[in-house]
Design a protein around this ligand. Structure first.
Ligand code: SAH
Length: 228
């Protein structure tokens, strides 16, 4: 899977070089690059923002550098072009799975007050939000999208099955996990997990998942019932 993130702050994406996603990039399973929009600005000072028409606080990212950057990275529109935006569709587990089926993803990160609407209208296929709050820029949101989608690319997780058990995969939150020692600060690991009876363990975990989901995220169970 090829991912190009377009940003004014490419060094922020150094975080993706660590851990599971870092390994997938090193192995070539994910071909990742953060492209610096500023390099495409035709302004002599490489300016990429300006004051908003109509007034108001802050700066807006100008259309030209973004437009030229997108067309340089994706001249034939072979990428699914995403803009990270608080006004976009809500990013959920199903979105991550769906994005992982695309061979090429281009993700545009806004910053400051946002991006000139015309470049969104001209170039973008889809707008995605990571939640109902405002971040300073799309970079952290894009990292969440890249990380969550990459986990569904074959071979990225050490064991292919390991996301099937996780929160949301079956519409439920994950059961609690324990590791050694069997007792810590007086708290014991539930007996059934030490016994090695896999059927009993599966039953126990399923009950824990249901209980936790009912307590914390009743909305997930209701969505389940409605077949969503
Ligand atoms: N003025 C805008 C917010 C701009 S925040 C508004 O009120 O909607 C600057 C940039 O951060 C945005 O262009 C977007 O790319 C990114 N961003 C902020 N919050 C986000 C969120 N919840 N999801 C995805 N991207 C977000």
């Amino acid at each position: 899977m090829k991912i190009r993130v377009l940003t004014l702050f490419p060094s922020m994406f150094g975080a993706l070089g660590e851990s599971i996603i870092g390994r997938a990039i090193k192995n070539g399973l994910i071909d990742f690059e953060a492209v610096d929009i500023r390099e495409y600005s035709i302004d002599k000072h490489h300016k990429c923002d300006d004051t908003p028409y109509g007034g108001g606080a802050g700066m807006v990212m100008t259309a030209q550098p973004i437009y030229d950057c997108i067309n340089a990275v994706d001249p034939n529109h072979e990428y699914l072009r995403i803009f990270m935006s608080p006004s976009g569709e809500r990013f959920v587990d199903a979105t991550a799975r769906e994005l992982a089926t695309h061979d090429n993803l281009l993700i545009l990160c806004g910053h400051y007050e946002g991006v000139d609407k015309r470049v969104i209208d001209l170039c973008i296929d889809r707008e995605i939000s990571v939640g109902d709050y405002v971040l300073s820029g799309g970079e952290i949101a894009a990292m969440a999208v890249v990380d969550a989608a990459a986990r569904f690319v074959d071979g990225v997780l050490g064991c292919f099955d390991s996301h099937e058990d996780e929160s949301f995969s079956d519409g439920l939150l994950e059961y609690p996990q324990y590791t050694r020692p069997p007792e810590f600060m007086g708290l014991k690991v539930p007996e059934v997990l030490l016994g090695g009876n896999h059927k009993e363990i599966a039953k126990f975990r399923r009950e824990c998942s249901l209980k936790l989901t009912r307590e914390r995220r009743g909305d997930l169970l209701r969505e389940d019932k409605d077949g969503n």
